[in-house]
Write a protein that binds this ligand. Structure first.
Ligand code: HEC
Length: 462
């Protein structure tokens, strides 16, 4: 607990990561699949001496390089920026564990950019064979980047034996590695085809060429769909126990699972009846619809993949609220406020009367005036709960969740998180601090709208 807290109103800081990451992922998967598609298809068009197809591929390459290099790189840096601020401890663990993985990834990223630019800007000036080889170098480098990054993100969901044996290779080849590489490779192929459909349907008037593109990109799309299905099944089988338990316990995840199946079905049927059976259907509206449903299914998948990690950020290693599980007993002893560098400095500066021999004395916290107790309750909330709950309103806001409850009932609930709420980090402070947090939550909670007080007569509903 030696990092300061980053407060993002309404959204919560981790949801900001989710937002940036999902946008990044929709483009970065295309950066992989689209690269493989371009390499494959320029080779095919050269062999068939199909000038029209080559001219189209060149146009597509321009769109592709602009979107993936500029947009992909900016959102990629955006992820680094947000994770460093929102989840500093988890970021620290990842950097310490994977520094060589990341260095290697950056090397491949540079190879990607250079080969993408050569592929596009030297078009027509290189011998055909060399041009296609550059295309494949790009595609291979992009896919290896995907594999390297996936090793790291998959580690966060299931680090396997790593906590016992802290080697790079154990971390990298974690139980989620193969399923997620398979699913992401499939996602890249499928999304790339959907991007190609949309781009071709907008810029191409020539019906014969559109049909050719429909047919050519149908196979990678189908292969992608199959890989996603197998990868998704592997993801489920390799989930650690509490992640498996989170799935049926949250209504929003039930709905999202339903949505994924529904949206994926729409994409499958769309691919079958559209590009496969009726290649001439390829209109901007139809292609746009397929891409929107593809985006929907993939984004929902990412949300679920992330959401089931609760209560961890890095499973078994870092809790969602930036503490290590092994710190909990210590924090329960000395107190949450005293255990954190920044909370401790804040309390010492603002409330010197709670210090005894230079340290925060838990019992003295309750002797503070009410306004100060509430202010400290808010500090506790921000550090301990705000990773997953906004305050008054916003993402999974705490206030509406605790309507009508008394401070005592809330303190009691918080103290027993470990037994009753497995998806939230166990309470990591003293009973006095739980009392402060309970008081604060009761204070911000709106009245119970049904008028039935759940616990004690505190606030009357109007
Ligand atoms: C790892 C994320 C996470 C953290 C951290 C977290 N919660 Fe939760 N909490 C959840 C989830 C998920 C739910 C289920 C409701 C939902 O889906 O929004 C929930 C539900 C609740 C509920 C309603 C359920 C009930 O049994 O009353 C309360 C109250 C609550 N949290 C309070 C807190 C408080 C107080 C803290 C800080 C001490 C906290 N939470 C920290 C994830 C978290």
């Amino acid at each position: 607990m030696h990092y300061p807290w980053w407060y993002v109103p309404y959204l919560t800081a981790p949801m900001l990561i989710a937002l940036v990451a999902v946008i990044h992922m929709l483009v970065s998967h295309y950066a992989v699949g689209g690269g493989l598609f371009l390499a494959m298809e320029t080779g095919y068009a050269y062999k068939k001496k199909d000038r029209d197809y080559l001219a189209y591929l060149r146009r597509h390459a321009r769109f592709f390089v602009l979107l993936t290099v500029v947009f992909g790189a900016i959102t990629g840096v955006g992820i680094w920026w947000t994770i460093g601020l929102a989840s500093p401890l988890a970021t620290e663990v990842l950097i310490r564990t994977f520094v060589f993985g990341w260095a290697t990834e950056w090397v491949f990223f540079v190879v990607e950019i250079i080969s993408a630019f050569i592929f596009l800007y030297a078009w027509g000036r290189l011998p055909e064979k060399t041009h296609v080889v550059i295309g494949w170098i790009y595609g291979a480098a992009a896919w290896i980047s995907l594999v390297l990054i996936t090793g790291i993100t998959a580690f966060m969901l299931n680090p396997g034996d790593w906590p016992e044996n802290r080697s790079f290779w154990i971390a990298f080849f974690n139980p989620q590695f193969v399923p997620q590489v398979v699913a992401r490779t499939g996602g890249s192929l499928l999304l790339a085809s959907l991007y190609v459909y949309l781009h071709a349907s907008i810029v191409l008037k020539d019906l014969k060429l559109r049909e050719l593109i429909s047919r050519r990109s149908m196979r990678p799309a189908l292969l992608g769909a199959i890989l996603i299905t197998f990868g998704g099944a592997g993801w489920y089988v390799m989930l650690p126990p509490s992640a498996m338990a989170v799935l049926p316990s949250a209504a929003v995840l039930n709905i999202f699972m339903g949505l994924i199946v529904g949206m994926t079905l729409v994409v499958f049927l769309g691919l079958y009846f559209g590009p496969y059976r009726h290649p001439n259907w390829l209109s901007p509206g139809f292609a746009g619809m397929l891409l929107v449903f593809g985006f929907g299914a993939v984004s929902t998948g990412e949300f679920i993949r992330e959401a089931v990690r609760k209560p961890y950020v890095v499973y078994n290693v870092v809790l969602a609220n930036q503490i290590l599980p092994e710190e909990i007993p210590w924090l329960q002893g000395v107190g949450f406020l005293r255990g954190g560098t920044w909370t401790r400095a804040h309390v010492a500066a603002a409330y010197p009367q709670v210090l005894g021999k230079g340290d925060i004395m838990p019992a003295r916290l309750l002797a503070l005036p009410r306004a100060d107790r509430l202010a400290l309750g808010r500090v506790l909330f921000q550090y301990h709960c705000n990773d997953c709950h906004a305050e008054q309103s916003g993402y999974s806001a705490a206030a509406p969740l605790v309507r009508g409850r008394s401070p005592e009932a809330l303190a009691d609930m918080i103290l027993h998180f470990r037994r009753t709420h497995f998806y939230m980090p166990p309470w990591s402070g003293t009973p006095e601090e739980a009392q402060l947090l309970g008081e604060y939550l009761a204070e911000i909670a709106p009245p119970n709208p049904t008028g039935m007080l759940l616990n004690g007569p505190r606030k009357e509903a109007k």
